[in-house]
Ligand binder design. Structure first.
Ligand SMILES: C[S@@+](CC[C@H](N)C(=O)[O-])C[C@H]1O[C@@H](n2cnc3c(N)ncnc32)[C@H](O)[C@@H]1O
Length: 385
């Protein structure tokens, strides 16, 4: 059972529901799931990421890998260090509480490999405020390198773009297989309540479905529901437009396409997070729960090639962290039994297949960079894309 809403949360959910209902009416009675998800997450002042709930951490709705352990961010930093050169910068998209930024900078300082600038682009005003508080706790020599951007960099830059659990928050289309055809899922109103309804898919979705069904290994059964994130390509094109030389490191839960659209995955990959409970009903707790969909990494790779990026690596989170040297950060604590046990416990959660090790993947996309990346030295899953 999901936890009950506080009076304040219930009021927030009601206000966002009213807002979405008004948009459904204005649109003639139906909104695509993609538009619904965009409103649920980003409607100004009301969406989950636009309003002030705690979201990330023990008092929030979910915990991410950098929140769970600095071992994760130290491995990310190790991978960045291989790529950063003299005037290199880091751009982090969707930096959450700022903990990964703080740990990456601390590790890079220890390696004498600080970026010229660590820029953060964050859509959530309250998370940006939290990031500022976290970064302010760093030594001045590190904190002064961090800037918050209002929009993507306009000038060409060299370095690394990081995004941990950001792609899964991009609003996606939901579709339903109806015999030979495909329908699009969305929301309508019934007795003044939001209900899920399908409508004829628009030409873009039909074309995309035609392409997909030729690529999946087995026919998908009637009634099969899944997601497609058509925003991946424009998002990647936007974020990499000014990357002249360097690497994009994308870390998220997801699958190659053949596994993503497996005939047995009948109801798709959509997940909602509310107070550390995971469920699959996006139409409740509006504005106070996160809505995510797994990432089709084949789509990301296709989008990368369109942007003239090279898919330089694709591996499970476990293989990436081991390749990037997580063991050495645990071994550092060998003289302190309590600290050693703590780090070993955190590493288990990051690495074990039943925890985050397999479901989460890491993809490196590079431009004008010809060097081996140690995070991908142990495993190369690019053939599965
Ligand atoms: C699931 S949280 C992950 C936060 C952080 N990266 C971590 O791992 O703890 C998603 C983050 O992405 C941000 N976000 C969502 N959509 C975004 C977008 N289109 N561009 C940049 N940031 C976005 C959210 O505000 C939030 O900071």
């Amino acid at each position: 059972m999901t936890p009950l809403l506080s009076a304040e949360e219930a009021e927030h959910a009601r206000a966002l529901t009213d807002h979405i209902c008004a948009e459904v009416r204005a649109a003639g009675g139906w909104l695509s799931f993609e538009r619904f998800m965009a409103l649920a997450l980003y409607a100004p002042g009301l969406g989950y990421y636009s309003a002030g709930s705690e979201k990330i951490g023990v008092g929030g709705d979910f915990v991410t890998a950098p929140e769970m352990s600095d071992l994760f961010s130290r491995c990310v930093a190790a991978q960045c260090a291989e790529v950063l050169q003299d005037d290199g910068q880091i751009l982090e998209l969707g930096a959450g509480t700022g903990r990964m930024a703080a740990s990456v900078l601390t590790e890079l300082a220890a390696r004498s490999c600080l970026p010229r600038r660590y820029a953060i682009l964050e859509v959530s005003a309250d998370l940006a405020a939290r990031q500022r508080r976290r970064i302010a706790q760093l030594p001045e020599a590190l904190a002064e390198r961090v800037v918050w951007l209002e929009r993507l960099p306009q000038r060409p830059f060299h370095g690394v773009i990081l995004a941990n659990e950001v792609l899964d928050a991009l609003p996606c289309r939901r579709f339903i297989v109806q015999g030979e055809e495909v329908g699009e899922l969305g929301v309508a109103l019934e007795h003044e309540r939001l209900v899920e309804r399908s409508a004829p898919a628009d030409p873009q979705l039909v074309a995309e479905w035609g392409r997909l069904r030729g690529m999946v290994p087995a026919p998908l059964p009637d009634g099969y529901v899944s997601e497609m994130c058509l925003r991946v390509a424009p998002w990647l094109a936007g974020v990499t437009e000014s990357l002249e030389r360097g690497m994009v490191l994308l870390l998220d839960y997801g699958l190659p396409r053949a596994h993503y659209y497996h005939p047995q995955r009948l109801t798709g990959t959509l997940r909602c997070h509310f107070k550390h409970r995971v469920h699959d009903d996006p139409y409740v707790n509006l504005g106070v729960q996160d809505i995510t969909a797994w990432v089709d990494f084949t789509r990301v790779a296709e989008a990368a090639l369109e942007c003239a990026l090279e898919v330089a690596g694709f591996a499970t989170q476990a293989a990436f962290l081991l390749g990037a040297g997580i063991q050495s950060y645990i071994a550092e604590a060998a003289g302190d039994a309590i600290e050693y046990a703590r780090r070993a416990g955190e590493a288990r959660r990051l690495l074990l297949p039943g925890e985050m090790g397999e479901a989460f993947k890491v993809m490196a996309l590079t431009r004008d960079l010809d060097q081996a990346l140690s995070g991908f030295a142990l495993q190369d899953l690019r053939g599965s894309l």
